[in-house]
Unconditional design. Structure first.
Length: 473
Protein backbone atom coordinates (compact mmCIF):
# COMPACT_ATOMS: atom_id res chain seq x y z
CA UNK A 1 0.00 0.00 0.00
CA UNK A 2 1.44 3.40 -1.02
CA UNK A 3 1.99 6.13 1.54
CA UNK A 4 -0.39 9.07 1.09
CA UNK A 5 1.25 12.35 0.12
CA UNK A 6 2.04 14.52 3.13
CA UNK A 7 0.69 18.05 2.83
CA UNK A 8 1.93 20.05 5.82
CA UNK A 9 5.41 19.97 7.34
CA UNK A 10 8.35 17.61 6.84
CA UNK A 11 11.72 18.16 8.50
CA UNK A 12 13.92 16.05 6.20
CA UNK A 13 13.29 14.55 2.74
CA UNK A 14 15.86 11.86 1.83
CA UNK A 15 16.31 10.74 -1.81
CA UNK A 16 18.83 7.91 -2.32
CA UNK A 17 18.63 4.84 -4.60
CA UNK A 18 20.49 2.80 -1.93
CA UNK A 19 17.51 1.63 0.12
CA UNK A 20 19.61 0.26 2.98
CA UNK A 21 21.47 3.53 3.35
CA UNK A 22 18.25 5.57 3.07
CA UNK A 23 16.60 3.43 5.77
CA UNK A 24 19.63 3.82 8.01
CA UNK A 25 19.59 7.60 7.57
CA UNK A 26 15.83 7.64 8.23
CA UNK A 27 16.28 5.73 11.49
CA UNK A 28 19.12 8.00 12.63
CA UNK A 29 17.32 11.28 11.88
CA UNK A 30 13.99 10.05 13.25
CA UNK A 31 15.86 9.12 16.41
CA UNK A 32 17.00 12.75 16.59
CA UNK A 33 13.34 13.80 16.66
CA UNK A 34 12.90 14.80 13.00
CA UNK A 35 9.92 14.02 10.79
CA UNK A 36 11.57 12.16 7.88
CA UNK A 37 10.29 10.98 4.49
CA UNK A 38 12.44 8.82 2.17
CA UNK A 39 12.32 7.91 -1.51
CA UNK A 40 14.62 5.94 -3.82
CA UNK A 41 13.87 8.18 -6.81
CA UNK A 42 12.61 11.69 -7.46
CA UNK A 43 9.26 10.20 -8.51
CA UNK A 44 9.04 8.36 -5.18
CA UNK A 45 9.55 11.67 -3.40
CA UNK A 46 6.83 13.38 -5.44
CA UNK A 47 4.40 10.58 -4.65
CA UNK A 48 5.23 10.69 -0.94
CA UNK A 49 5.16 14.47 -0.51
CA UNK A 50 2.33 16.80 -1.47
CA UNK A 51 3.34 19.72 -3.69
CA UNK A 52 2.11 22.14 -1.00
CA UNK A 53 4.28 20.58 1.72
CA UNK A 54 6.63 22.70 3.80
CA UNK A 55 10.02 20.90 3.81
CA UNK A 56 12.90 22.07 5.98
CA UNK A 57 15.70 20.32 4.05
CA UNK A 58 16.24 17.67 1.37
CA UNK A 59 19.19 15.26 1.35
CA UNK A 60 19.88 14.05 -2.22
CA UNK A 61 22.37 11.42 -3.40
CA UNK A 62 24.74 12.73 -6.07
CA UNK A 63 25.00 9.50 -8.09
CA UNK A 64 21.64 7.89 -8.93
CA UNK A 65 20.81 5.67 -11.93
CA UNK A 66 18.05 7.73 -13.59
CA UNK A 67 19.10 11.27 -12.69
CA UNK A 68 22.16 12.72 -10.96
CA UNK A 69 21.82 14.58 -7.68
CA UNK A 70 22.45 18.05 -9.15
CA UNK A 71 19.72 17.61 -11.80
CA UNK A 72 17.41 16.23 -9.10
CA UNK A 73 18.14 19.32 -7.01
CA UNK A 74 17.17 21.54 -9.97
CA UNK A 75 13.88 19.64 -10.30
CA UNK A 76 13.18 19.99 -6.56
CA UNK A 77 13.83 23.74 -6.78
CA UNK A 78 11.28 24.06 -9.57
CA UNK A 79 8.66 22.72 -7.20
CA UNK A 80 10.00 24.21 -3.95
CA UNK A 81 12.17 27.20 -4.96
CA UNK A 82 13.51 27.94 -1.47
CA UNK A 83 14.15 24.31 -0.41
CA UNK A 84 17.64 23.87 1.12
CA UNK A 85 19.34 20.82 -0.46
CA UNK A 86 22.25 18.87 1.01
CA UNK A 87 24.10 16.73 -1.54
CA UNK A 88 25.27 13.29 -0.39
CA UNK A 89 28.32 11.94 -2.18
CA UNK A 90 30.92 9.22 -1.91
CA UNK A 91 33.14 11.29 -4.11
CA UNK A 92 34.07 13.99 -1.64
CA UNK A 93 36.30 16.14 -3.76
CA UNK A 94 36.53 19.90 -3.54
CA UNK A 95 35.40 20.14 -7.18
CA UNK A 96 32.17 18.23 -6.42
CA UNK A 97 31.42 20.41 -3.41
CA UNK A 98 32.06 23.64 -5.35
CA UNK A 99 29.89 22.47 -8.27
CA UNK A 100 27.07 21.57 -5.89
CA UNK A 101 27.25 24.90 -4.06
CA UNK A 102 27.32 26.84 -7.35
CA UNK A 103 24.18 25.02 -8.50
CA UNK A 104 22.37 26.08 -5.33
CA UNK A 105 23.12 23.36 -2.76
CA UNK A 106 23.02 24.45 0.87
CA UNK A 107 25.78 22.03 1.90
CA UNK A 108 27.14 18.53 1.25
CA UNK A 109 28.03 15.44 3.27
CA UNK A 110 30.29 12.55 2.31
CA UNK A 111 29.74 8.82 2.58
CA UNK A 112 30.22 6.96 4.79
CA UNK A 113 28.47 9.42 7.04
CA UNK A 114 30.02 11.07 10.04
CA UNK A 115 26.89 11.08 12.24
CA UNK A 116 28.04 14.04 14.30
CA UNK A 117 28.64 16.11 11.16
CA UNK A 118 25.21 15.13 9.76
CA UNK A 119 23.58 15.97 13.11
CA UNK A 120 25.14 19.44 13.18
CA UNK A 121 24.49 20.32 9.54
CA UNK A 122 20.90 19.10 9.46
CA UNK A 123 20.22 20.64 12.89
CA UNK A 124 21.46 24.02 11.70
CA UNK A 125 19.44 23.97 8.47
CA UNK A 126 16.24 22.72 10.11
CA UNK A 127 16.50 25.35 12.85
CA UNK A 128 16.99 28.11 10.26
CA UNK A 129 14.01 26.79 8.30
CA UNK A 130 11.82 26.77 11.40
CA UNK A 131 12.94 30.29 12.26
CA UNK A 132 12.10 31.43 8.72
CA UNK A 133 8.64 29.84 9.02
CA UNK A 134 8.02 31.59 12.35
CA UNK A 135 9.08 34.93 10.86
CA UNK A 136 6.76 34.40 7.88
CA UNK A 137 3.87 33.56 10.23
CA UNK A 138 4.55 36.74 12.21
CA UNK A 139 4.70 38.75 8.99
CA UNK A 140 1.42 37.18 7.88
CA UNK A 141 -0.19 38.02 11.25
CA UNK A 142 1.17 41.57 10.98
CA UNK A 143 -0.23 41.90 7.46
CA UNK A 144 -3.64 40.72 8.63
CA UNK A 145 -3.44 43.18 11.53
CA UNK A 146 -2.50 46.10 9.28
CA UNK A 147 -4.59 45.01 6.28
CA UNK A 148 -8.24 44.83 7.38
CA UNK A 149 -9.06 42.49 4.50
CA UNK A 150 -6.23 40.09 5.36
CA UNK A 151 -8.59 37.98 7.50
CA UNK A 152 -10.50 36.99 4.33
CA UNK A 153 -8.06 34.24 3.30
CA UNK A 154 -8.35 33.43 -0.40
CA UNK A 155 -6.59 33.04 -3.75
CA UNK A 156 -9.62 33.05 -6.06
CA UNK A 157 -10.29 35.82 -8.56
CA UNK A 158 -13.95 35.96 -7.54
CA UNK A 159 -12.98 36.93 -3.98
CA UNK A 160 -10.39 39.37 -5.34
CA UNK A 161 -13.23 41.16 -7.12
CA UNK A 162 -15.41 41.26 -3.99
CA UNK A 163 -12.58 42.59 -1.81
CA UNK A 164 -11.51 45.11 -4.46
CA UNK A 165 -15.02 46.54 -4.52
CA UNK A 166 -15.17 46.49 -0.70
CA UNK A 167 -11.88 48.44 -0.56
CA UNK A 168 -13.42 51.18 -2.68
CA UNK A 169 -16.62 51.26 -0.61
CA UNK A 170 -14.70 51.48 2.67
CA UNK A 171 -13.88 55.16 2.22
CA UNK A 172 -17.48 56.14 1.50
CA UNK A 173 -20.56 56.36 3.69
CA UNK A 174 -23.06 54.65 1.38
CA UNK A 175 -25.06 51.76 2.85
CA UNK A 176 -23.73 48.33 1.85
CA UNK A 177 -25.73 45.13 1.42
CA UNK A 178 -23.67 41.94 1.70
CA UNK A 179 -25.28 38.82 0.25
CA UNK A 180 -23.94 35.31 0.82
CA UNK A 181 -24.81 31.88 2.13
CA UNK A 182 -24.36 30.97 5.77
CA UNK A 183 -20.69 30.73 6.75
CA UNK A 184 -19.21 32.65 3.81
CA UNK A 185 -17.77 35.44 6.00
CA UNK A 186 -20.29 38.26 5.73
CA UNK A 187 -19.52 39.73 9.14
CA UNK A 188 -15.75 39.46 8.52
CA UNK A 189 -16.20 41.45 5.32
CA UNK A 190 -18.40 44.03 7.07
CA UNK A 191 -15.83 44.48 9.84
CA UNK A 192 -13.03 44.80 7.27
CA UNK A 193 -14.95 47.56 5.49
CA UNK A 194 -15.33 49.36 8.82
CA UNK A 195 -11.65 48.89 9.75
CA UNK A 196 -10.46 50.10 6.35
CA UNK A 197 -12.51 53.28 6.48
CA UNK A 198 -12.39 56.62 8.30
CA UNK A 199 -14.71 55.33 11.07
CA UNK A 200 -12.19 52.73 12.29
CA UNK A 201 -11.69 54.47 15.66
CA UNK A 202 -15.45 54.39 16.32
CA UNK A 203 -17.51 51.35 17.47
CA UNK A 204 -18.49 48.47 15.18
CA UNK A 205 -21.75 47.06 16.57
CA UNK A 206 -23.28 43.88 15.13
CA UNK A 207 -26.91 42.86 15.52
CA UNK A 208 -28.48 39.60 14.34
CA UNK A 209 -31.98 40.64 13.33
CA UNK A 210 -33.14 37.03 13.23
CA UNK A 211 -32.09 36.38 16.83
CA UNK A 212 -33.99 39.27 18.41
CA UNK A 213 -37.66 38.82 19.39
CA UNK A 214 -39.88 40.91 17.09
CA UNK A 215 -41.36 42.81 20.01
CA UNK A 216 -37.91 43.90 21.24
CA UNK A 217 -36.04 44.63 18.03
CA UNK A 218 -37.19 48.26 17.80
CA UNK A 219 -36.09 49.08 21.34
CA UNK A 220 -32.74 47.32 20.75
CA UNK A 221 -32.05 49.22 17.54
CA UNK A 222 -33.64 52.62 18.12
CA UNK A 223 -33.68 52.90 21.92
CA UNK A 224 -36.43 53.05 24.52
CA UNK A 225 -37.67 55.66 26.97
CA UNK A 226 -38.27 54.83 30.60
CA UNK A 227 -41.83 53.63 31.18
CA UNK A 228 -42.53 52.92 27.48
CA UNK A 229 -43.63 49.37 28.41
CA UNK A 230 -43.53 47.00 31.35
CA UNK A 231 -39.90 46.36 32.25
CA UNK A 232 -38.58 49.59 30.69
CA UNK A 233 -37.21 50.93 33.97
CA UNK A 234 -34.65 53.28 32.41
CA UNK A 235 -33.77 55.07 29.18
CA UNK A 236 -31.67 53.01 26.76
CA UNK A 237 -29.97 54.61 23.76
CA UNK A 238 -30.28 51.69 21.31
CA UNK A 239 -27.67 50.37 18.89
CA UNK A 240 -27.69 53.30 16.47
CA UNK A 241 -26.98 55.90 19.14
CA UNK A 242 -24.50 53.63 20.94
CA UNK A 243 -22.55 53.25 17.69
CA UNK A 244 -21.96 57.03 17.65
CA UNK A 245 -20.04 57.74 14.41
CA UNK A 246 -19.17 54.08 13.88
CA UNK A 247 -20.82 51.26 11.96
CA UNK A 248 -23.98 49.27 12.64
CA UNK A 249 -23.94 45.81 11.08
CA UNK A 250 -27.43 44.39 10.61
CA UNK A 251 -27.01 40.67 10.01
CA UNK A 252 -29.93 38.68 8.60
CA UNK A 253 -31.69 41.89 7.60
CA UNK A 254 -34.34 39.86 5.74
CA UNK A 255 -35.69 38.65 9.10
CA UNK A 256 -36.42 42.18 10.33
CA UNK A 257 -40.16 42.82 10.93
CA UNK A 258 -41.88 45.24 8.54
CA UNK A 259 -42.58 47.90 11.21
CA UNK A 260 -38.91 47.99 12.17
CA UNK A 261 -38.03 48.26 8.47
CA UNK A 262 -40.11 51.46 8.28
CA UNK A 263 -38.07 52.97 11.11
CA UNK A 264 -34.81 51.77 9.57
CA UNK A 265 -35.76 53.52 6.34
CA UNK A 266 -36.09 56.76 8.32
CA UNK A 267 -32.60 56.25 9.74
CA UNK A 268 -31.24 55.90 6.22
CA UNK A 269 -33.15 58.87 4.81
CA UNK A 270 -33.22 61.36 7.69
CA UNK A 271 -30.29 60.21 9.87
CA UNK A 272 -32.50 60.16 12.97
CA UNK A 273 -34.26 57.70 15.30
CA UNK A 274 -37.24 57.98 17.59
CA UNK A 275 -36.89 55.77 20.68
CA UNK A 276 -39.82 53.55 21.64
CA UNK A 277 -42.09 55.65 23.85
CA UNK A 278 -40.33 58.86 22.84
CA UNK A 279 -41.93 62.03 21.48
CA UNK A 280 -39.02 63.49 19.55
CA UNK A 281 -36.45 62.23 17.06
CA UNK A 282 -32.73 62.16 17.82
CA UNK A 283 -29.92 62.51 15.27
CA UNK A 284 -27.60 59.60 14.51
CA UNK A 285 -24.48 59.33 12.34
CA UNK A 286 -23.69 55.61 12.11
CA UNK A 287 -22.95 53.91 8.83
CA UNK A 288 -25.18 50.94 7.98
CA UNK A 289 -23.92 47.65 6.57
CA UNK A 290 -26.55 44.93 6.21
CA UNK A 291 -26.24 41.25 5.31
CA UNK A 292 -28.50 38.37 4.36
CA UNK A 293 -28.20 34.73 3.39
CA UNK A 294 -31.26 35.05 1.13
CA UNK A 295 -30.61 35.17 -2.64
CA UNK A 296 -30.62 38.75 -3.84
CA UNK A 297 -33.39 38.18 -6.38
CA UNK A 298 -35.79 37.10 -3.63
CA UNK A 299 -35.31 40.11 -1.35
CA UNK A 300 -37.27 42.94 -2.95
CA UNK A 301 -40.92 42.94 -1.94
CA UNK A 302 -40.81 39.50 -0.34
CA UNK A 303 -38.43 39.97 2.59
CA UNK A 304 -37.67 43.68 2.37
CA UNK A 305 -39.93 46.61 1.65
CA UNK A 306 -39.17 47.90 -1.84
CA UNK A 307 -38.25 51.38 -0.60
CA UNK A 308 -35.85 49.93 1.99
CA UNK A 309 -34.40 47.49 -0.53
CA UNK A 310 -33.50 50.26 -2.96
CA UNK A 311 -31.87 52.30 -0.17
CA UNK A 312 -29.81 49.34 1.07
CA UNK A 313 -28.93 48.00 -2.37
CA UNK A 314 -27.02 51.16 -3.30
CA UNK A 315 -23.92 48.97 -3.10
CA UNK A 316 -24.21 45.18 -3.14
CA UNK A 317 -21.39 42.73 -2.39
CA UNK A 318 -22.14 39.10 -3.22
CA UNK A 319 -19.76 36.60 -1.57
CA UNK A 320 -19.60 33.40 -3.65
CA UNK A 321 -20.10 30.10 -1.79
CA UNK A 322 -17.05 27.93 -1.27
CA UNK A 323 -18.28 25.35 -3.80
CA UNK A 324 -17.94 28.04 -6.50
CA UNK A 325 -14.35 28.91 -5.53
CA UNK A 326 -12.78 25.59 -4.64
CA UNK A 327 -9.30 26.95 -5.29
CA UNK A 328 -9.66 28.66 -1.89
CA UNK A 329 -10.10 25.37 -0.01
CA UNK A 330 -6.36 24.57 0.14
CA UNK A 331 -5.26 27.96 1.51
CA UNK A 332 -8.16 28.00 3.98
CA UNK A 333 -7.25 24.49 5.17
CA UNK A 334 -3.65 25.52 5.78
CA UNK A 335 -4.80 28.69 7.55
CA UNK A 336 -7.11 26.79 9.93
CA UNK A 337 -4.49 24.08 10.51
CA UNK A 338 -2.00 26.76 11.57
CA UNK A 339 -4.58 28.43 13.81
CA UNK A 340 -5.49 25.17 15.54
CA UNK A 341 -1.84 24.19 15.82
CA UNK A 342 -1.22 27.33 17.89
CA UNK A 343 -4.53 27.18 19.77
CA UNK A 344 -4.13 23.54 20.88
CA UNK A 345 -0.30 23.48 20.99
CA UNK A 346 0.07 20.47 18.70
CA UNK A 347 1.41 19.66 15.22
CA UNK A 348 -1.36 19.38 12.65
CA UNK A 349 -0.95 18.15 9.08
CA UNK A 350 -3.13 16.71 6.33
CA UNK A 351 -2.61 14.32 3.43
CA UNK A 352 -3.69 14.60 -0.20
CA UNK A 353 -6.88 12.57 0.40
CA UNK A 354 -8.08 15.29 2.78
CA UNK A 355 -7.95 17.99 0.10
CA UNK A 356 -9.32 15.63 -2.55
CA UNK A 357 -12.35 14.76 -0.40
CA UNK A 358 -12.97 18.45 0.34
CA UNK A 359 -12.87 19.19 -3.39
CA UNK A 360 -15.73 16.72 -3.88
CA UNK A 361 -17.83 18.18 -1.03
CA UNK A 362 -20.41 20.92 -1.46
CA UNK A 363 -19.63 22.25 2.06
CA UNK A 364 -23.05 23.87 2.63
CA UNK A 365 -21.67 25.51 5.77
CA UNK A 366 -18.92 27.07 3.64
CA UNK A 367 -15.83 28.52 5.38
CA UNK A 368 -17.42 28.18 8.82
CA UNK A 369 -17.96 24.44 8.25
CA UNK A 370 -14.33 23.96 7.25
CA UNK A 371 -13.13 25.91 10.29
CA UNK A 372 -15.41 23.88 12.56
CA UNK A 373 -14.03 20.65 11.10
CA UNK A 374 -10.49 21.63 12.11
CA UNK A 375 -11.49 23.04 15.49
CA UNK A 376 -13.64 20.07 16.54
CA UNK A 377 -11.14 17.38 15.51
CA UNK A 378 -8.15 19.29 16.92
CA UNK A 379 -9.78 19.68 20.31
CA UNK A 380 -11.03 16.08 20.60
CA UNK A 381 -8.14 14.04 19.12
CA UNK A 382 -5.57 12.20 21.21
CA UNK A 383 -2.29 14.05 21.95
CA UNK A 384 0.50 13.97 19.37
CA UNK A 385 0.66 14.58 15.62
CA UNK A 386 -2.82 15.03 14.16
CA UNK A 387 -3.15 13.93 10.52
CA UNK A 388 -6.32 15.03 8.73
CA UNK A 389 -7.44 12.53 6.07
CA UNK A 390 -10.28 12.10 3.61
CA UNK A 391 -12.00 9.68 6.00
CA UNK A 392 -11.97 12.36 8.67
CA UNK A 393 -13.83 14.69 6.29
CA UNK A 394 -16.50 12.04 5.72
CA UNK A 395 -16.94 11.38 9.45
CA UNK A 396 -17.09 15.10 10.27
CA UNK A 397 -19.71 15.73 7.61
CA UNK A 398 -21.81 12.76 8.76
CA UNK A 399 -21.82 14.17 12.31
CA UNK A 400 -22.98 17.56 11.04
CA UNK A 401 -25.74 16.25 8.76
CA UNK A 402 -29.25 16.37 10.25
CA UNK A 403 -31.10 13.04 10.35
CA UNK A 404 -32.58 12.13 7.00
CA UNK A 405 -30.31 14.37 4.91
CA UNK A 406 -27.68 12.67 2.79
CA UNK A 407 -24.08 13.84 3.27
CA UNK A 408 -23.06 16.10 0.40
CA UNK A 409 -26.51 17.61 -0.06
CA UNK A 410 -26.06 21.31 -0.59
CA UNK A 411 -27.72 23.88 1.64
CA UNK A 412 -29.12 25.85 -1.24
CA UNK A 413 -28.54 24.41 -4.71
CA UNK A 414 -30.08 25.51 -7.97
CA UNK A 415 -33.04 23.17 -7.56
CA UNK A 416 -33.71 24.68 -4.14
CA UNK A 417 -33.69 28.13 -5.75
CA UNK A 418 -36.16 27.08 -8.42
CA UNK A 419 -38.51 25.65 -5.80
CA UNK A 420 -38.08 28.82 -3.76
CA UNK A 421 -38.93 30.91 -6.81
CA UNK A 422 -42.08 28.86 -7.36
CA UNK A 423 -43.01 29.34 -3.70
CA UNK A 424 -42.56 33.08 -4.14
CA UNK A 425 -44.86 33.12 -7.16
CA UNK A 426 -47.54 31.39 -5.08
CA UNK A 427 -46.79 33.81 -2.25
CA UNK A 428 -47.33 36.76 -4.57
CA UNK A 429 -50.76 35.41 -5.51
CA UNK A 430 -51.69 34.97 -1.83
CA UNK A 431 -50.38 38.43 -0.92
CA UNK A 432 -52.42 40.00 -3.72
CA UNK A 433 -55.57 38.19 -2.56
CA UNK A 434 -55.06 39.39 1.02
CA UNK A 435 -54.56 42.99 -0.11
CA UNK A 436 -57.75 42.83 -2.18
CA UNK A 437 -59.73 41.37 0.74
CA UNK A 438 -58.45 44.02 3.15
CA UNK A 439 -59.25 46.76 0.68
CA UNK A 440 -62.76 45.39 0.17
CA UNK A 441 -63.35 45.30 3.95
CA UNK A 442 -61.69 48.66 4.69
CA UNK A 443 -58.89 46.95 6.59
CA UNK A 444 -61.15 44.91 8.93
CA UNK A 445 -59.16 41.73 9.48
CA UNK A 446 -62.03 39.63 10.83
CA UNK A 447 -64.17 40.33 7.76
CA UNK A 448 -61.21 39.88 5.41
CA UNK A 449 -60.41 36.47 6.97
CA UNK A 450 -64.04 35.38 6.53
CA UNK A 451 -64.03 36.58 2.93
CA UNK A 452 -60.84 34.57 2.24
CA UNK A 453 -62.12 31.50 4.06
CA UNK A 454 -59.23 31.37 6.52
CA UNK A 455 -58.91 31.91 10.26
CA UNK A 456 -58.03 35.33 11.68
CA UNK A 457 -54.78 33.91 13.12
CA UNK A 458 -53.79 32.55 9.71
CA UNK A 459 -54.56 35.90 8.10
CA UNK A 460 -52.48 37.75 10.72
CA UNK A 461 -49.54 35.36 10.24
CA UNK A 462 -49.61 35.72 6.44
CA UNK A 463 -49.92 39.51 6.70
CA UNK A 464 -46.81 39.52 8.88
CA UNK A 465 -44.93 37.18 6.48
CA UNK A 466 -45.86 39.30 3.44
CA UNK A 467 -45.30 42.63 5.18
CA UNK A 468 -48.93 43.77 4.76
CA UNK A 469 -50.43 46.26 7.18
CA UNK A 470 -54.17 46.60 7.68
CA UNK A 471 -53.90 50.38 7.56
CA UNK A 472 -52.30 50.38 4.11
CA UNK A 473 -53.00 47.09 2.30
Amino acid sequence: MSTPARARHIDVLVIDDDRELADSLHAFLAGEGYDVVTGQTLEDAYRAVHHDADISVAMVDLMMPQIDGLAAMDELHRRWPRLPVVIMTGFGTIETAVAAMKRGAEDYVTKPFDREAVRKKIGRIVELSRLRTRVECLESDLERATNPFGSLVHVSESMDEVIGKAHRLAVSDVPVLIVGETGTGKELLARAIHDAGPRVSEPFLAVNCGALPHELIESELFGVCKGAFTGATEDKPGIFRAAKKGTVFLDEIAEMPQQAQVKLLRVLQEKEVRPVGGTKSLGVDARIIAATNRPLRFLRGQYLREDLYYRLATAVLEIPPLRHRKEDIGVLARHFAEQCSVRYNREITFDSTFLEELQHCDLPGNVRELEGMFDCNSSMADPGLLLFTGEMVKRSRERMQPSGIEPGARARNDEDDRRHEADLSMGSVQADAIRRALKATAGRRARAAKLLGISRDTLWRKMRDFGISAEKP
